[in-house]
Structure formats: structure tokens, C-alpha cells
Ligand binder design. Structure first.
Ligand code: CO
Length: 206
């Protein structure tokens, strides 16, 4: 039987290293989690949420799926948002996309990919909503980059329009929704400046 021993060894070394600098780290963390951030990102192995923002266990609540989508029929993502906002009372929801996203790329192709096309359909909706803007760009890389960014902007709007987030704002809860994008080529994050902190700031609404 394959038991992936090396992974258990790596785990042991990782836990020991953390305990070296803070012997009670895991004990303290086992009593409660109190993260300030919810991260909604892509499942891509090159975009590990905790590592790229330099955060330890306990600091960030995470939901990842292909192409960091927030879909109104996705009970998994909506449950994560509900728990993060209502129970953990996170102060920030960060939707982070990344350039070179395979999900976005696949959605831009006129090819069939099987089951996953049901999911990618939501990215095609993003393209339809911004067709004129994207088609104006001549270079394929520019189009791809623009779609990766626009997908984040749309998912920020989707987060803002969930009942959970709207109700939080209605009741005066402090909550900001951010849209960021990560470059897998150089490891840096960029703020897309689409931060929303209340109902009156949701794009397209007064
Ligand atoms: Co991706």
C-alpha cells in the first residue's frame, strides 16, 4: 500500500519548526479560531492562499474552487461565506484570482471539456457581460489577462449580492469585500481597487 511516508515526514518537520518558535502554538489554536479574513481563491496548486500572504494557520478562512467563482447555486461556497461572516465575523472577504488561470483559459476556448463545462459556463457569462471591452483588445494575452481580472470583479459583485453579506451590512456589521489578482510569474498580488464596504457601494446599485 502506498502510504506517502514522505508527506508525514514533511508534516512532522513543519509542526516541529512552528513549535520551536512558539511551543504552545497548536494548543492555543486548538481552543478557537479567530480569523479576520475569508479568502476565496482558485484551486490552482500555484496559488496557496496562506503562503502567498505569509499567514499562519488560524489567520485566514479559505474557500477555493476552479477559477475562484462565487455562484448563487453553490451551497458549498455560500455556506463558507455564511459561516465566515455570521459565526467567525471576518472583517474582510478577499476574492483573489490569478493571471494564467486554466479555468478562465478553458472558458475562453471553443472546445468541449466534459463535466467541467457546467462550471466554466459562469466564466463565459463574465465574457458575455464584458464582450465589447474584451474584444477591443487585440492581443490574446491581453484578452486573457483582462478576463482573469474581470472574473474577479464579477465575483466580488456576486459576494456583495449574497443575502448573507447584504444582511451583514444592513445590520451594521463591519465587512469589506476586496478583489485582488495574483501573478504566478512573480509571486505578487495586485489590488484591483474594487473594494466594497457597504450596500451603497455595490457596483450598479444606488
Ligand atoms: Co485558476
Amino acid at each position: 500500500m502506498q502510504v506517502l511516508k514522505h508527506i508525514f515526514e514533511q508534516n512532522r518537520r513543519w509542526a516541529d519548526k512552528i513549535k520551536e518558535s512558539d511551543p504552545d502554538f497548536f494548543l492555543k489554536l486548538s481552543k478557537q479560531q479567530n480569523p479576520e479574513y475569508l479568502w476565496i481563491g482558485c484551486s490552482d496548486s500555484r496559488v496557496p492562499s496562506n503562503q502567498i500572504v505569509g499567514m499562519l494557520p488560524g489567520e485566514i478562512f479559505v474557500h477555493r474552487n476552479i477559477a475562484n467563482l462565487v455562484v448563487s447555486s453553490d451551497l458549498n461556497c455560500l455556506s463558507v461565506i455564511q459561516y465566515a461572516v455570521e459565526a467567525l465575523k471576518v472583517k474582510h472577504i478577499i476574492v483573489s484570482g490569478h493571471y494564467g488561470c486554466g479555468g478562465v483559459k478553458a472558458a475562453m476556448e471553443n472546445k468541449e471539456h466534459g463535466l467541467i463545462d457546467n462550471w466554466l459556463k459562469h466564466i463565459k457569462d463574465v465574457y458575455r457581460a464584458h464582450k465589447a471591452e474584451v474584444d477591443r483588445l487585440r492581443d490574446d494575452t491581453e484578452k486573457f489577462n483582462a478576463m482573469c481580472e474581470l472574473n474577479v470583479v464579477e465575483q466580488v459583485a456576486n459576494v456583495c449580492n449574497t443575502a448573507v453579506v447584504r444582511n451583514a451590512w444592513k445590520s451594521g456589521q463591519e465587512l469589506a469585500v476586496h478583489g485582488w489578482i495574483y501573478s504566478i510569474e512573480n509571486g505578487t498580488l495586485k489590488d484591483l481597487d474594487v473594494c466594497v464596504t457597504g450596500l451603497d457601494e455595490i457596483p450598479g446599485q444606488g
